[in-house]
Ligand binder design. Sequence first.
Ligand SMILES: [Cu+2]
Length: 151
Amino acid sequence: MKAIHTMLVLALVAALCTLTACSHAMRMIHGTGARRPAASEFGLGPRASAAGWYVATLEPAAPLRPRKMLTMRLVVRDAAGRAIDEAAIAIDGGMPEHGHGLPTRPRVARSLGDGLYEIEGVRFNMGGWWEFRLAITGARGVDTVTFNLAV
Ligand SMILES: [Cu+2]
């Protein structure tokens, strides 16, 4: 009777593990099936937003390295090259091949004018392909830019 109970508990733990935390580990091992973009899709920009309203460029204060806390400058312009100031910028990202997000919550700490923004708290906790996504809300509305970064 006790053996059956133990087996049930173990089965339940295994099932929960598959559904939650350990599935992350399994994806890390087996991958999510996400296809890494072509090399030409990687880099710090200039990169156009999905709808073409903005062009964004990342200027990290130091080379991208795993486990380093980074400050980045972000340049936002419109398609004609005019600086976009006073935009609201939300930052998201992760590793598509691993199915996890950013380990930190980077945020725009200040707007420096002339389309320049300072982003603090960027950290990539392992090497590989990272997506770094910006949702930029300006006078025209919201548009997204996705950078593919090789860390
Ligand atoms: Cu990862």
